[in-house]
Design a binder for this molecule. Structure first.
Ligand code: PLP
Length: 345
């Protein structure tokens, strides 16, 4: 979802942005008017996330998946640690294996990724070039509630929870996110990288996959995803208007607590993620009976609740309640679930 205010504003500005006589969709990325959009988008992101001066902010393409390769190509010198907590961290690990010595520092795969390993379960190489985690596991509905302790810089995939709550950026060496869940339409990937992380990439690294090139060219080495960057700017203005990331977190905690409280008290639906590992963005649950799950999804869809079917590797249901989902949407879902529970007791 995108906030309705943002969509309305984009619609109003669609054919004539700020008196420029043209749509943002039509602008040259090197025009003065567009330069103001990208510059203020970066300034807003820095302000809202509290990004320190010694971090670069990059606006890239290729989705989060391209980062699975860019990270090792640019950061891997000797070895790296990966924690496997779901589908996307496993994909990142498999991609990184092509480029060097990669260790699994922890994994919850044997428990179908229902929880995040605790610090005392991690086998950390303090001399690794980086430790890789996926901060929020979209498919499994789990999220890290701590930053692993290691001497190595932490690299985090925040595709499905960026800007959902305040974070301390200075605790990370690199943060990245496909922007399509919480910030913008598809086509934009945000990379936030500490300056000292950027040394010489592997010799064969394609120019377009070299962070240094994008830093040097301020994300303008080639044409950046201009329209998603503009929408991101509007989304960030919306976040700021509701109290920044503190305000956003308050709403997200309220929404997710409504669902988890109901699930914890329900006799029909069971939460899929372990209590200490629950995501505030993706709430996974099931009845334990596949036929009943299918009936629930069918009736929910008929009642206007979209995309509730869980990913095929977990089954059951998943309510993705990203930033733009209003509290009323979650209230309506909980009411609908309670009604379904009564009817199917
Ligand atoms: C946590 C996470 N990482 C990576 C990806 C892959 O993103 P993309 O489709 O932008 O490559 C996704 C997609 O859902 C995701 O949720």
């Amino acid at each position: 979802m995108l906030p309705l205010e943002v969509l309305n504003r984009a619609a109003a500005e669609m054919t004539n942005y700020n008196g420029s006589g043209m749509s943002v969709l039509e602008m040259s990325h090197r025009s003065k008017v567009y330069d103001e959009i990208i510059t203020s988008a970066e300034a807003l992101l820095r302000r809202i996330m509290g990004i320190p001066e010694n971090y670069h902010v990059l606006f890239l393409q290729g989705g989060a998946s391209t980062q699975f390769a860019m990270i090792p190509m640019n950061l891997l010198k000797n070895k790296a640690d990966y924690v496997l907590t779901g589908h996307f961290s496993k994909k990142a690990y498999e991609e990184a294996m092509k480029y060097g010595e990669i260790s699994i520092a922890g994994s919850s795969e044997s428990e179908n990724f229902a929880r995040i390993p605790r610090q005392n379960e991690l086998k950390i190489n303090d001399d690794a070039d980086y430790l890789y985690i996926c901060a929020n596991n979209t498919i499994f509905g789990t999220a890290w509630d701590y930053i692993p302790e290691t001497k190595a810089p932490v690299v985090a995939d925040m595709s499905s929870n960026i800007c959902s709550a305040p974070i301390d950026v200075s605790k990370y060496g690199l943060i990245y996110a496909g922007a399509q869940k919480n910030m913008a339409p598809a086509g934009l990937t945000i990379v936030i990288v500490r300056d000292d992380m950027l040394t010489k990439p592997m010799d064969f690294t394609p120019t377009m996959l070299n962070y240094n090139i994008h830093v040097k060219n301020k994300s303008m080495y080639n044409t950046p995803p201009t329209y998603p960057i503009y929408i991101m700017k509007l989304v960030l203005e919306w976040i700021e208007s509701i109290g920044g990331l503190e305000g956003m977190q308050k709403i997200n905690l309220k929404k997710s607590a409504m669902l988890y409280d109901y699930l914890d008290s329900s006799n029909l639906f069971k939460p899929a993620a372990a209590k200490d590992s629950r995501s505030i963005m993706n709430v996974t649950f099931r009845t334990g009976n596949e036929e009943l799950d299918a009936k629930f999804i069918k009736e929910a869809t008929a009642n206007g609740f979209s995309n509730l079917k869980g990913h095929r590797v977990v089954g059951g249901m998943r309510a993705s309640i990203y930033n733009a989902m209003p509290v009323e949407g979650v209230e309506a879902l909980v009411d609908f679930m309670a009604k379904f529970e009564k009817e199917n007791a």
